[in-house]
Design a binder for this molecule. Sequence first.
Ligand code: UDP
Length: 471
Amino acid sequence: MEARHNIALLPPPGFLGHLIPFIELAKKLVFNHNCTITLIIPDYGDGSPVTLQSSLLQGIPAAITPVFLPPVSTADLPDDANPEILLQARLIRSLPALRDTLSRLRESGAPARALVVDLFAPDAIDVAREFGIPAYVFYVVAAIDALLSLTLPELNASCTFRNDKQAEPVKLPGSLTLEVKDFPDTFTDCRVHKCATDLREMYLSADAILINTFYELEPDTFRHLERRRHGIPPVVPVGPLIRSIEGSELDRSSAYLKWLDDQPRNSVLFVSFGSGGTLSVEQITELAVGLEISEQRFLWVVRSPQENAAAAYLKVGGRDPRDPMTFLPEGFLKRTQGRGLAVASWVSQIQVLSHDSTGGFLTHCGWNSILESTVHSVPLVAWPICFEQKLNATVVADGLKGAIRVRENEKGIVEREEISCAVKELMGGEEGIKIRNKVSQLKIAAENAIGKDGSSTKALAQIVQSWSTSK
Ligand code: UDP
């Protein structure tokens, strides 16, 4: 069968939580719609080897061609610049190289038929317009986040939460309310607020916003979006698009997978804070003791401490030379031996979540982690640490009743007893059973959404169809 369209995708560099769903979207377009893909990857920024990014790209199908854009400098930005601002700067400075790439594709006889850009790169929509092609924002987080972004002026008019952490909670679609402290940083941190306002203006010019979610996961948000269509682009759920691992990528030899093989079914709590989330030294100790006194089995991905939870995000690739295990309390590994396993920095999360022995997931509530646990029917302890994760935790714990949420004390620490209680309840308590039932239902809804006639499958097909019918 001849390939129909070549589609250009522009993921952000470094943020694996964005690159992974971009690769999965690319695979859908290749396998279900016979497209070819040019995956245009901006420079990572600091010249370090991006080990994990490279390994993700190694297994991609031949119809997906990665193109790496040349380095750009962000040396003029402050050292402590917010990772989201840094990322956006890198993307904006890569636009001339994007333009060159699209020109080369046109000259080669395989022009891009559409451009799909990351939520931090809507500036690229203008470049798509120069080439006369449709442009889409691929929103790799929750639809509720997109709704809040798109309706930012209404939020600003209706409350004065930006600088006021004590302000009244904000009412979200459905029965949810969101504490001001649980808003994504882009809404409440004045240093990045301008960035959020600018992004919104650009989102409005997209042909559509594709979202990595499905209707049943966020029904109130989609009902609200249906009523609130005027003046915003169509918001289209195309998920859950989660990491799939096939063939040579599937590594069953890792020690932690073998260890999981030896554990009873549904007995192990997986503990991980995403591709770059980190804890402080004090928080690592509380978590270790909490796991120990919970007396539950666990598999913990331990990362070396940072005071800023988001500090490691643009440094993915293992540049931290410190051994994370040296930060665990003395004797912890010995005391928990057999019942618990700690692994440094990284595991194949999707293989852990799909393993029969995994019965719970203490997660930072990155959106991919939520989708992956939904698809594999793993109930959650929600422990958000930065970015939009508190919003995600609210959706999944308060909205869907699919998680037990742990809370920080006034010093910002989640204490050992809080952790232990939540873990015990999830793995063996009444609430844990209810949550397990809920996530089993969501798993079925997720499978339906991406099944042959599912809502997300049809929605993506309609977008692809529009490329054939429009000029
Ligand atoms: N991931 C993984 N192994 C790890 C940590 C993360 O495979 O040790 C993957 C995980 O499966 C998910 C992504 O990295 O696909 C993390 O995305 P998420 O949105 O959950 O969190 P983020 O890293 O963006 O905060």
